[in-house]
Each structure stands twice: as C-alpha cells, then as structure tokens.
Design a protein around this ligand. Structure first.
Ligand SMILES: [Ca+2]
Ligand SMILES: [Ca+2]
Length: 728
C-alpha cells in the first residue's frame, strides 16, 4: 500500500515547531495525541508521511494556539497559504504586497456572493457526525422536571415562602430522573439534541443553574439519583436518538475555589450571624440558625482538601458552627453578630492563588468593551477568573471534561467565551475535539447588537471580543478572511439582536442585512440560532421571555428553521411559558417563580401533558422539525439569492450542487406572490402545502399565505406533516 504524504506551508505568524495532529486514518484507524507529531521541513514545505495509509483526517498546528481547521485528505497534497489543497506544488509564495491585495476587504455585497466554504468543510469531515443535522432543545435541568424530591435543595438566596411561611419551590428541583422521564416529550416535539446547563458540582448562594463550578470532576449530587446518574441520562437519551450537549464553563470558578485544587480564603459561613441577632436564633428558612449547607452533615459550603488545617478541622469538629473561632486575618472571634459579611461571603482579590486565578481584580463599568480587562478580571463575586493560560488549569479542565466525552457526551457549549482570549480558548476546544474526533463545540459570546466589532455597524467593542472573531483563525480585526474557519461556531447573537426591531414588531425588516454579513463567520451554517434563552429576550431591554403575539413567534420559528444555522429552542417556548416574564430575577426580592426560569414540570406532568402538546406553537415547532429533518438543504446548505422586503424573505439553499435543493419564501403579515430567479429548472414540491411548480428559465413563482412559509424542494417529497395556523 502506498504512503500518503501531506505538505504544509507555515504562516509567518506561527511558532517554529509545527505539528500535525491526526485521527481516523484509513485503513488503520490510528490517531495521535494533541498536538500531534512534529513536522519536518523539506524544500520550504513542512512534510508528514503517513505510511501505508490511504486517507486521514488532521489539523496542522503550532502547539501555541494557532492551527488550521479540520482537514481531510485521500491523496498526496500541498496545503498552501490560500487555505486550499493543491495536487502539485503551487507557485512561489506571494510577496507581502500581493498578500495584502488578496486580503483587502471587498464591499460586503460582493463578499456575500462569494462561494461559501461549507461544502468544502463538509467534505473534509467525511465519515464524522454533522451536528447541523440536529435541532436543539435547551433546558435548565434544575427547573425542568422533578423526578426525585429527595435531591431537592434550596439555595441560600432567593428562597420563596408561601402564605404560611413555609419554604416552597426549591431552586434545585428538576433532575436527571425527571429529565429521563420526559425525554419522550422532547423527542415528540422533534428535537434530536438537548443542551443541559452545566452538570458539574457547584457552590454559590444561587447556583441551581450550574455556572458556579466548584468541582469539574464530579456531577452535582442535587441532579442525580441512585438509579438516574449522568451516565443513565446519556444512555437513555442515546437510546432515543437524542444527543447530549454539555454546557462547560472554562472562564471562572465559584468563590470557594476548586475542590482538591485551589482554596479561596474566607471563614466558614456557619459562623456568620447578622447584626442584632444571636447564633442559632435567626430563621433563614431552610438555613435554620446559620447559613452553612443545611442538607449536609457538616454544614459547610466547602469541603476542600486544599483548605488550611484550621478550616478543615472545623469542618468535622464543629458541625453547628457554635464553638469560638479566631479569624486568622484579624484576630477577632466568631460567631459575633454583625462581624464582616465580606469575610464569609466575599473574596479578597489580592489574596488569590496565582497558580489558579488572574490577579487583576473585578470588572468595572469601563471594562466591558475592552478585551484585556474583560478577559483577565473577575466577572462577579461568585465568578472568579481562572488563569486559563496556565498549564495546570488547562490540564485540570480539559482532563475533567474528557471524562464526560468518554461517557458519551456528544457536543459542548462553552460559556462566557468573550472573557477568554481566543487563541487560549481554542487550545481547550481543540484538545476536546482531538480527544473525540467529530465533536461539535459551540460558544456563547453574548453581544446585544450586530457584533461586527471593528467592521462597524455601530459596535462599541473591538472584534477580539465578538462572536465572528472566535469562528476565525486570522489576526486582523478588520479582515475576517485573514484566517480560515476555527471550527468553533457561536450562538448567533447578531441575528438574535435584530429580532428586537423586526420579529418582535411583526416584520422581517433588517434580517436580510445581517444575513448578508454571513461571510464574516468561519462557517455560518454552523451558527446556533435562537429567539431567546435564559439570559436574553428580543425586547427593548433584551431581558424578557418573548412578549410578542403568538403569530410573531411562529414567524420567528419559520425563519430559524429555514435559514442557515442550527435552531435552538429554549424550554417552554413551545407553550409561551412565562410569556413576558424577566428571563432572570430583576427585583431585589424576586424569586424564581416570577421569572422565565419558573419550574416547568407542572406543565408536563401526566395531568397537563396532553394540553401542552396541543398548544399551537408546540404543533408548529414539531412540524418544522419534521420538515427540516427531511430536507438536508435546510440543515446544511449555505444561503443564496437572498431577498428581503420587510414583510417577506426569499432565498435558496443548495446542498452539494443540487443534491438537496430548496427555494424558500417566508411571509409575515399578508399573503404574497413570491418569485425567485437564478434557480435550477425542474419540478418543485412545497413541503408545506404539497403544491407542485415547474421552474423554467431559472424562475420559480409561488404564493405563500399570510404568516406562513413556502418550502419548495426540487424533486422534493411533497407535503410533510399537518397544517396549522402558521404553516398552511
Ligand atoms: Ca429533584
Ligand atoms: Ca477570563
């Protein structure tokens, strides 16, 4: 058998030692460990020879954060700086001047018509799963469905009391047992992937959502039951053809440090007594008498082997927190009413372990639009910024998450992306992708606005903290095409942000403008699209569950399920759950039941399931999932022939040169006659109505009823699903 030889031209800004990391070689099925095998230089090219190999998947990288996208090759080749494969050595390296000319920005209208990259990307991934085939249901596990009341738990803050003074609605309420019981609900709604909030063990006054990690190596016991562990959940989901997306926080830990790794100094909370009170006399609801962890024997909010002796000794010797304890910082003795709340609940940013934490204090007002402070300061009192560039931090976080990948986790969603420098974060993403070839990883880079950074569009922040930057490998903040696809798509906050001004007001106006900027992303077909989530909604303040009319939401779903990107529904949207409520607590005394994070389980218990499944939006979303699943062009194809006229939108999605080909027209408001030019001739069938149309001379004309969609598929399957008020 012949050898496979690949050659690579090192970009000027890469480190000298270039590696090739490979996987899935054929026929052997070999893979390397990140960053792979060093490459040797030969005639100005870096060379790697796969002996006795016919094909391989791989990336070139310099081991210091710079790398190509996923590549695949089944014949000898030269990978040049133009990001393309050549079957023979290409011409001389362009001079600096020529390179500048090549990368000079073109007008956006011209860019949006350039050949999309996605087809090539797909070919590069032959044989690996393609997450664009999925649609995603996002839920907060603790608020979804309670299958085991014995693991319920009140957080320290925001406890809800009923009229009789009893604490009700524990924050940690839904769990894996409940989620397993309602997997069929999610599958019936048509979703093939579930994004769950971070399942690792947490510590905070309000940690039910999982974003205050304390131990990345353990699953939070408040989510598990003996017969419903994380492994049980993964296996039960897989048995139904549902993939699990694990939410991962890389940027920060909670304010107690990391169990077994890092200790953050403070006094045990069980010794805290408010001013004017006495030990054991204050009713903190479930936290009777003191504020330690009420459900666990030693009442600490920490059990860290890295804590100093005086702390660990108290953990076991004085569970109730009543024996006098001298604060080693001040020499004062606690419990003492009113003594320094900051010593119990706060952190001293000047005394954090530099091996684990950044040393630059807390983010303040002016820091939010500036990359360095945003990425090196603490996000909040219970979000302490990890020294993510240090090897010990990488090793701990990467290794911990690898274990969940081994358990069967199918994809990762990365939290607070803009708070970590891109090339640093890509080291984590690439390590996980190397550990599990084909892994889909996407990120949350929250921005309210287009997020074009230095490209304009009224953005106050630089490109380096914006979503598109993380989808790319280049280093020019004014030229997205200075680098290829990073393989790390993002949640589509740019498109979402326009919904405030269009879909929330019954219009598509401006949707076209943002879609025409798709060229700035490494691969726009991998963006994860949404109408709202646990943090934001498409209203003036970007903070409420969708407030608009039901038909507006339906039009939003018609858009999200037919344009490029992977649609993601936030739990409850299917029944307008908590419509208009704030996504998170707003007022000082709010508790969760008045927010978009209210407990959902009452709507999907046995008594209410049928009514929920009969909601017009439930049925609408179920049909959209059915249609998208049947039409590969809707899943994976780039968009072309885009036209938008405020009350309507039309476009073509062409997958693999006509292999799957759809012409889409969307209406909002009245019914419309839609004509699309430049399409393939042939017989089209509408997946919505079953209508058949012939395209001739490159033109296809059809009528779409008010607030509906036409999805004309070339040689398509015909009508899919049953009519409803928003697809008919
Ligand atoms: Ca429970
Ligand atoms: Ca950071």
């Amino acid at each position: 058998m012949a050898d496979l030889i690949v050659r690579f031209r090192k970009p000027a800004d890469w480190a000298d030692s270039v590696h090739i990391h490979y996987w899935n070689t054929r026929p052997q099925g070999r893979d390397s460990s990140w960053p792979g095998v060093p490459m040797a230089e030969e005639d100005g090219w870096l060379v790697h020879r796969f002996t006795g190999t016919t094909a391989a998947s791989f990336v070139f990288n310099d081991g210091q954060g710079r790398q190509t996208g996923d590549l695949y090759r089944d014949a000898d080749g030269w990978y040049a700086q133009d990001g393309r494969w050549h079957d023979r050595p290409p011409g001389p390296v362009p001079t600096a001047t020529a390179l500048d000319t090549l990368s000079a920005p073109a007008p956006s209208s011209a860019r949006s018509r350039t050949a999309p990259r996605s087809a090539a990307t797909q070919a590069d991934r032959a044989g690996l799963p393609d997450f664009r085939e999925e649609t995603i249901y996002f839920l907060l596990t603790a608020r979804f469905y309670d299958g085991d009341p014995s693991n319920n738990f009140f957080c320290r803050d925001r406890i809800r009391f009923d009229a009789a003074g009893n604490a009700v609605d524990p924050h940690w309420r839904g769990d894996f047992k409940g989620l397993i019981r309602r997997l069929d609900y999610i599958r019936d709604l048509g979703f093939s992937a579930i994004w769950i909030t971070p399942p690792i063990e947490n510590r905070s006054g309000l940690d039910y959502h999982g974003y205050h990690g304390y131990d990345w190596t353990r699953i939070d016991p408040r989510l598990e039951s003996p017969d419903a562990t994380y492994q049980h959940l993964i296996d039960a989901a897989h048995a139904r053809g549902i993939k699990i997306i694990q939410d991962v926080v890389v940027n920060h830990s909670c304010q107690y440090g990391i169990r077994g790794q890092a200790w953050i100094d403070h006094l045990p909370i069980k010794y805290y007594v408010p001013q004017g009170s006495e030990p054991g006399r204050v009713d903190h609801g479930p936290y009777q008498g003191n504020l330690g962890n009420y459900a666990w024997p030693n009442r600490d909010d920490i059990d860290n082997p890295r804590a100093p002796d005086w702390y660990r000794e108290r953990h076991t010797r004085d569970p109730e927190g009543t024996e006098p304890l001298v604060d080693p910082q001040t020499g004062e003795t606690v419990p003492k009413p009113g003594y320094e709340p900051g010593r119990f609940f706060g952190i001293d940013a000047n005394r954090l372990d530099p091996a684990w934490y950044h040393q630059e204090g807390f983010i303040a007002g002016g820091d939010w639009e500036s990359a360095h402070p945003l990425q090196h300061k603490h996000l909040a009192g219970d979000c302490i910024d990890l020294a993510t560039e240090r090897e010990n931090v990488k090793e701990y976080l990467i290794g911990s998450i690898n274990r969940y990948l081994d358990m069967g986790v199918d994809a990762l969603r990365i939290d607070t992306v803009k708070h970590i420098e891109r090339d640093n974060l890509l080291e984590y993403v690439n390590a996980w992708k190397a550990h599990k070839p084909g892994l889909f990883v996407f990120g949350e880079n929250l921005v309210k606005g287009y997020g074009w950074g230095d490209l304009g569009g009224g953005d106050n922040g630089p490109s380096q903290i914006r979503p598109w930057w993380y989808t790319r490998l280049g280093h020019d903040p004014r030229d997205p095409e200075s680098g290829g696809d990073s393989g790390f798509p993002q949640l589509d906050f740019g498109l979402f942000s326009t919904f405030r001004d269009n879909l929330s007001r019954g219009s598509f106006e401006g949707v076209g403008r943002v879609l025409e900027m798709d060229w700035i992303y490494g691969n726009a077909t991998e963006l994860v699209t949404f109408l709202q989530n646990h943090d934001v909604g498409p209203d003036n303040d970007f903070r409420f569950r969708f407030k608009g009319e039901q038909w507006m939401a339906a039009a939003a779903y018609n858009l999200l399920w037919t344009v490029r990107g992977i649609p993601c529904l936030y739990f409850g949207e299917e029944i307008e759950f908590m419509k208009g409520a704030p996504q998170d607590i707003i007022g000082n005394d709010d508790t969760l039941e008045s927010t978009g994070r209210a407990y959902f389980g009452d709507r999907i218990d046995d008594a209410h399931l049928a009514a929920t499944q009969n909601h017009p939006l439930y049925r609408h979303i179920r049909r959209l999932n059915q249609i998208r699943r049947a039409i590969p062009a809707l899943q994976k194809a780039p968009m072309s022939q885009l036209a938008e006229w405020g009350c309507g939108l039309s476009f073509v999605r062409d997958w693999n040169q006509g292999e799957s080909y759809a012409v889409v027209g969307l209406t909002i408001g009245g019914g419309q006659d839609i004509q699309v030019g430049g399409v393939r001739d042939g017989l089209y069938r509408d997946a919505v109505t079953g209508d058949e149309r012939q395209a001739q001379g490159g033109n296809l004309s059809f009528h779409v009823k008010a607030n509906s969609a036409g999805i004309y598929v070339l040689e398509g399957p015909g009508k899919l699903g049953e009519d409803g008020p928003y697809l008919r």
